[in-house]
Design a protein around this ligand. Structure first.
Ligand SMILES: C[S@@+](CC[C@H](N)C(=O)[O-])C[C@H]1O[C@@H](n2cnc3c(N)ncnc32)[C@H](O)[C@@H]1O
Length: 279
């Protein structure tokens, strides 16, 4: 086992090595994958930016939830108000930051346009489907300290995270089930970062659209997954491909009709995420 005492540490894997940056005594972030000279592929199912916890001398992925929550709580005090949304995301290790999906720089511009120049000080209520290790929930809570951040996850252990942050509220619920409505409140932003399957996205949208305030923003993330048959097959055992494709077309049809009827003011389709702006 390599010594994990330096700020950076490299661990060999089949085909190359993984370079981690130490965040504190327990947590590491995957910074780089380094391919060996003669190999064409490296054995690493994790993405750059993924969080890992050191347990019993081994680095264990903290990005995938198991029964036990593994969360990274930055020990250092940070001047959140003077940091960009992306910088806050990088500190917490969320894959929405420029370490991977690079969404936060876009969101910063979009939120500024929608909620005004001092949006970070406003009472913006945000709901995110998908807590996982809590890194994006922490990011939002630090970015909008006067707003409330509600996280929803169908894994109960995820809802035990972020207990040190007062403007976070986490609930155990299935974001595709009607009972979710008993646990949520009106909000200005909804982010769907759940299972990324079209039937889930569609059900959550139907459920939650009503609690989104006028002028609010509904973000659907990782929309490339809707078109990635390997990803979908991994989640759906008895996948009927034509049925799935039909569902996907129906969903696109639904949101188009919502625009036509001015229920959605306008719709932005970006690479890997959609944004629905409520009229
Ligand atoms: C991609 S992760 C969320 C990552 C997190 N938002 C972040 O950026 O750090 C997806 C999470 O959605 C949760 N999830 C999947 N399907 C769900 C559902 N139907 N209802 C609620 N949560 C769900 C999973 O348990 C998982 O923790």
């Amino acid at each position: 086992m390599p010594k994990l005492t330096d700020q950076y540490t490299t661990i060999p894997v089949t085909g190359g090595s993984l370079k981690f940056r130490r965040l504190d005594e327990n947590f590491f972030r995957l910074e780089e994958t380094l391919l060996d000279e003669n190999s064409s592929k490296l054995d690493c199912p994790h993405k750059i930016g993924a969080l890992f916890k050191l347990e019993g001398g081994s680095l264990i992925s903290a990005s995938v939830m198991t029964d036990e929550p593994r969360e990274y709580v930055p020990k250092e005090k940070h001047p959140w108000e003077s940091l960009s949304l992306d910088e806050i995301g990088l500190i917490h290790g969320t894959d929405k930051s420029s370490s991977k999906h690079n969404l936060l720089k876009d969101y910063e511009k979009i939120f500024l346009e929608r909620f005004g120049r001092n949006w970070r000080n406003k009472t913006i209520n945000l709901i995110e489907i998908g807590i996982c290790n809590g890194s994006s929930i922490r990011t939002w809570a630090r970015a909008i300290p006067n707003g409330q951040v509600l996280g929803v996850d169908n894994i109960k252990a995820c809802t035990l995270l972020c207990r040190d942050i007062s403007n976070v509220h986490l609930v155990h619920a299935d974001a595709t089930d009607q009972s979710l409505l008993d646990k949520v409140y009106p909000c200005h932003v909804i982010i769907d970062d759940g299972r990324h399957l079209v039937q889930d996205i569609s059900k959550s949208l139907k459920l939650l659209w009503g609690i989104l305030e006028k002028g609010g923003i509904y973000i659907i993330e990782d929309t490339l997954c809707m078109y990635n048959m390997n990803y979908i097959r991994d989640l759906e055992n008895n996948l009927d491909v034509s049925e799935y494709k039909l569902e996907r077309m129906k969903f696109i049809d639904t949101i188009t009709k919502m625009v036509n009827k001015r229920i959605i003011n306008y719709l932005q389709i970006h690479r890997n995420y959609f944004i629905l702006f409520k009229s």
